[in-house]
Ligand binder design. Structure first.
Ligand code: UDP
Length: 245
């Protein structure tokens, strides 16, 4: 079931259901892509129709961030819970490992994808890391060609939003991958260059606050979180759930 949160059509799935769906996509013919919008995405998509189209055109739209969950609740159409991109990524790696499948990592600063790949291979020895590329390239086609030649099943695209989502929608089918996921800063986490919040913070739904303490320069971006809640409350009060309500 889809739940509209300020113009973005989220899938109402538990984390486990999202993984089952992801595994099904991995086993299906053709190209599929997954997006993990947070409140920043929702606000950006209000101003960018192409971004909104690309998000709503994804095969899986997972709520990454407590702000999305609260907004859906305020709108009177609750989702089933947060599905953090990094957790979806871990689950998909386990699925790929079970299948002995092929993984390509695209994004982050030079060297990060390689380090992330080495850590992933140590944890999931049955999957094949078929290639990596950093996220600071100017020409798309050579990167697409490299990915295609590597024949991945699963492709992580970590270029930051909205570039990663637009990139997947435009070039994904050419890569030959079965499933691509746009995962923001996840390669930095897999590489160990950025730490995820400790579990206690995650359980309190305070992961965003931990990130803010670690990276105070994110304050401007994070100020958008309450704005989304205000918009959701306004939309509810005026009886609509659309972004223009
Ligand atoms: N990035 C990239 N190419 C760019 C800009 C960013 O590969 O042109 C990477 C950046 O190095 C980081 C990720 O994209 O690894 C985005 O991280 P951010 O913290 O913005 O994403 P979030 O986790 O907040 O979605």
């Amino acid at each position: 079931m889809k739940i509209n949160v300020l113009g973005i059509e989220f899938d109402a799935l538990t984390a486990q259901q999202a993984l089952e769906h992801g595994a099904m996509l991995l086993d299906s013919e053709g190209f599929h892509y997954v997006v993990t919008p947070n409140p920043e995405f929702i606000l950006a998509a209000e101003q960018d129709a192409d971004f909104r189209r690309v998000l709503n055109g994804a095969d899986l739209v997972l709520p990454d961030g407590i702000g999305v969950i609260y907004s859906a609740k305020l709108l009177g159409t609750p989702l089933k819970g947060r599905v953090p991109g990094i957790e979806f990524a871990e689950g998909m790696l386990a699925q790929l490992d079970r299948r002995g499948g092929r993984l390509f990592l695209l994004g982050a600063k030079p060297g990060v994808a390689e380090q992330a790949g080495a850590n992933i291979c140590a944890k999931y020895p049955n999957l094949v890391l078929c290639g990596t590329h950093d996220g600071y390239f100017k020409e798309d086609e050579p990167v697409v060609e490299q990915i295609k030649a590597a024949r991945p099943d699963l492709l992580f695209v970590c270029l930051g939003a909205p570039r990663q989502e637009k990139w997947m929608a435009q070039f994904g089918p050419e890569t030959g991958a079965r499933l691509a996921a746009g995962l923001g800063g996840s390669l930095d986490v897999f590489a160990g260059t950025v730490q995820r919040a400790p579990e206690a913070w995650q359980k309190l739904n305070m992961e965003w606050a931990y990130r803010l303490v670690k990276e105070p320069k994110r304050i401007g971006r994070m100020a958008k979180l309450p704005l989304v809640l205000v918009k959701a409350a306004k939309a509810r009060l005026s009886g609509g759930t659309r972004e223009d309500a």
